[in-house]
Design a protein around this ligand. Structure first.
Ligand code: DX5
Ligand code: ZN
Length: 232
């Protein structure tokens, strides 16, 4: 399995001081920084885009920045994100009709390529692209918000995915891990000390954790706990 990476999601940090929050996470042992870009269209929430990433980059010059693009037209922002200093561009498979073109454009910029899938999307849908990407991001909540727990109850369609999720997603990850041993397999949404073990057992090695790490009084302790679970 590729080495374990612990990636705090900065969405739940104090965004008015994003750079110092990022530095706090790096000082606490974070491997990557996970930046959630939302356009209010692909997901029902709005965050920030490449201008913020561009301001952040010089403040954390050595950090690996993984931008999780929860946007409707992911091919539109590839150049901007590269110019802003992103290291990995992770787009949603559901957001584009031409994933091949998206992958090629990202590769051309020199950034690493990630494909994310929502809970209702089958992992088989990623297989045609798997040899040309670096990371598969398996969403373990519906994308759009950090700190999710029971929000799904409000949306019948989402509840259907949620009912399938506890078992379904572990199986999805295992399926990928069994066949593609060198792929980075990322999990994102509701991951923390109490839920990491199932993800780790299933083969995830790239762990995004927002609320559990960023809102903790002891981010270093939580990061090292998460790391132990994946490494064991
Ligand atoms: C949700 C985002 C996640 C989120 C994770 O759409 O993609 O990265 O910030 O936060 P937690 O760990 O709090 O679920
Ligand atoms: Zn994310």
């Amino acid at each position: 399995m590729p080495s374990c990476k612990i990636c705090p999601s900065m969405l739940s940090s104090d965004l008015s001081v994003l750079a110092s929050e990022c530095q706090r996470m790096l000082d606490s042992g974070a491997d990557y920084l996970h930046l959630d870009v939302m356009d209010g269209h692909f997901v029902p929430n709005f965050t920030f885009g490449h201008p913020v990433v561009k301001c952040l980059r010089p403040k954390v010059p050595r950090a690996f920045l993984d931008v999780h693009m929860m946007v409707s037209e992911p091919d539109k922002w590839i150049e901007n994100m590269r110019d802003a200093g992103a290291d990995q561009y992770t787009f949603h498979l559901e957001a584009t009709e031409d994933p091949v073109s998206c992958i090629r454009k990202i590769r051309d910029t020199g950034m690493k390529v990630g494909i994310a899938i929502k809970p209702g999307t089958s992992v088989e849908d990623v297989i045609p692209y798997i040899d040309s990407i670096d990371t598969v991001l398996i969403m373990t909540v519906e994308p759009g918000f950090g700190g999710q727990k029971l929000m799904f109850d409000m949306m019948p369609k989402v509840r259907f995915s949620f009912d399938l999720q506890p078992l379904g997603h572990v199986l999805q990850i295992q399926y990928l891990r069994d066949r593609y041993r060198h792929l980075d397999i990322e999990v994102d949404g509701g991951v923390g000390p109490s839920t990491i073990q199932a993800c780790a057992d299933a083969g995830a090695n790239m762990i995004v954790s927002g609320t559990a790490v960023v809102s903790s009084d002891d981010p270093r302790g939580v990061i090292s706990l998460l790391r132990q679970s994946v490494d064991e």
